[in-house]
Design a protein around this ligand. Structure first.
Ligand SMILES: Cc1cc2nc3c(=O)[nH]c(=O)nc-3n(C[C@H](O)[C@H](O)[C@H](O)COP(=O)(O)OP(=O)(O)OC[C@H]3O[C@@H](n4cnc5c(N)ncnc54)[C@H](O)[C@@H]3O)c2cc1C
Length: 425
């Protein structure tokens, strides 16, 4: 891989997600050369993927080109590459476009879906982890309505119109609410000739409550919101298998559905070359300074990092806020080290949790305050707008949301990816 040689130490960052981007932004390139590597040429704002899937936003408004982010930074280089192996002994990376040497390595490769070893769910369910996943989902959801319109077989029609989401964390809850709103608001205008009473959105959760990482009141309120929108919520329910359009539940019951969306688990993803003693619960073990255990020049951040503290014995949560804070911390720490200053340990500042279920419906938990409803919804929107990268994206998202607020009928319902439908046997 060609990168200009300089006398400065080279920091190679794998992953331009929340963590990797913040390192690149905060590092002083008078002290370091930066090489940022990502297998996509854009940064994805994952918290809003569900809005792309449910036709609320266009994909370009939640993604941002990495080259544009680095445009004004001297000594910073981006390479579109997939890193397959980290060669710790030689301080090099193997990628699909050749090898690259590093002085300091930052692993910020994020997470991937975790199906907990269940082959049928992995093979047949639809994930929502990338922009492409979301576009596939959007095309599939809209395609199913088109297919249902002409379907004569009642069982097949039922399956086409049943949407099952597994996992009632923020992703599952937000997607279920958005799909219900799509059914309630836009579809009657688009499909006046389709009986929409057959469209069902079911949210399945193994735990006794939805949004189990949030307060009891947030769980209760969000469940009420979901039910108000017409979502069927099944708690204490574990999906066993999904084959031939049949969602099999552990208690022996089943649901006929052509679409099962998996939002029930993620696990760290990272290239080969990490020794097993550094891997804990599918994540890479770090010390309190974000440094990989047993290493002197490898740092690990965000979803892929397993950093324990007294408050978080099971590791910091896999959240954008953790990744963002760790990225800023490491950028500044490396600057301090370049000036031969000491650095402090990383301390995560938990600023709270939030989720939205639909228009005027959100739940927010902060340490001093827990609130729900329209004010929570405005807080949710403001924070998400602020976190988006790029002024254009913020403006486009704001206009889309304002339009949706007043009209509930945008024009983003395009089927632009090939979609397939499972066949009942
Ligand atoms: C649908 C969804 C909704 C979410 N909602 C919220 C929310 O509301 N609030 C919240 O706080 N968090 C939310 N999260 C979690 C949040 O998005 C993650 O915690 C955050 O993205 C982690 O940041 P990261 O930098 O560790 O990894 P990521 O943002 O995942 O970035 C990792 C980057 O590494 C790249 N990469 C991976 N492997 C390689 C490789 N081998 N070679 C080259 N490049 C590679 C990827 O392309 C990607 O760009 C959500 C996640 C999802 C999927």
């Amino acid at each position: 891989m060609y990168i200009p040689e300089t006398k400065l130490p080279r920091v190679v960052i794998i992953g331009a997600g929340f963590a990797g981007l913040q390192v690149a932004k905060n590092i002083n390139t008078k002290s370091y050369q930066i090489v940022l590597i990502d297998k996509n040429n854009y940064h994805t704002f994952q918290p809003l993927l569900y809005q792309v899937a449910s036709t609320g936003l266009e994909p370009d408004s939640i993604a941002y080109p990495i080259r544009k982010i680095l445009q004004n930074k001297k000594n910073a280089f981006y390479r579109l590459a997939d890193v397959s192996k980290i060669n710790i002994d030689s301080s090099t990376l193997s990628t699909n476009i050749g090898e690259i040497a590093y002085d300091i390595l930052v692993i910020a490769t994020g997470a991937t879906n975790n199906f907990f070893g269940n082959d049928s769910l992995q093979k047949n369910s639809l994930p929502m982890k990338t922009l492409i996943d979301s576009l596939n989902l959007r095309s599939k959801i809209l395609g199913n309505f088109e297919l249902a319109l002409n379907e004569k077989n009642p069982e097949r029609k039922e399956a086409l119109l049943n949407f099952v989401i597994v996992g009632a964390g923020p992703t599952g809850v937000e997607l279920a609410g958005a799909l219900a709103e799509l059914r309630n608001n836009a579809l009657p205008k688009d499909f006046p000739d389709l009986d929409l009473s057959g469209v069902k959105v079911t949210l399945i959760e193994a735990a006794p409550r939805v949004l189990s990482a949030m307060s009891e009141i947030a769980s209760k309120k969000s469940e009420d919101y979901l039910k108000g929108l017409g979502v069927t919520v099944m708690k204490n329910t574990r999906v066993k298998e999904y084959e031939n359009n049949i969602v099999s539940i552990e208690d022996g019951s089943s649901i006929l559905a052509d679409t099962l969306i998996w939002a029930a688990g993620v696990k760290g993803q990272f290239p080969a070359g990490i020794t097993p003693e550094n891997i804990v619960k599918n994540r890479i073990l770090t010390d309190g300074y974000c440094k990989m255990k047993l290493s002197s020049n490898v740092y690990v951040l965000g979803d892929v990092a397993f950093m324990q503290s007294e408050e978080y014995p099971n590791g910091l949560p896999m959240l954008a806020s953790v990744a963002d804070q760790q990225g800023r911390y490491l950028g500044k720490s490396l600057n301090s080290l370049a000036r031969l200053k000491t650095v402090k340990r990383f301390i995560y500042q938990d600023k709270g949790h939030m989720a939205t279920v639909g228009k005027n419906k959100a739940v927010v938990d902060t340490k001093p305050l827990k609130f729900q409803g329209i004010f929570a919804w405005f807080v949710w929107m403001t924070i998400h707008l602020m976190l988006l990268v790029g002024f254009r994206n913020r403006a486009v998202v704001l206009v889309n949301w304002a339009w949706a607020y007043f009209k509930s009928n945008n024009s983003l319902r395009l089927i632009i990816r090939p979609f397939h439908s499972q066949k009942t046997h």
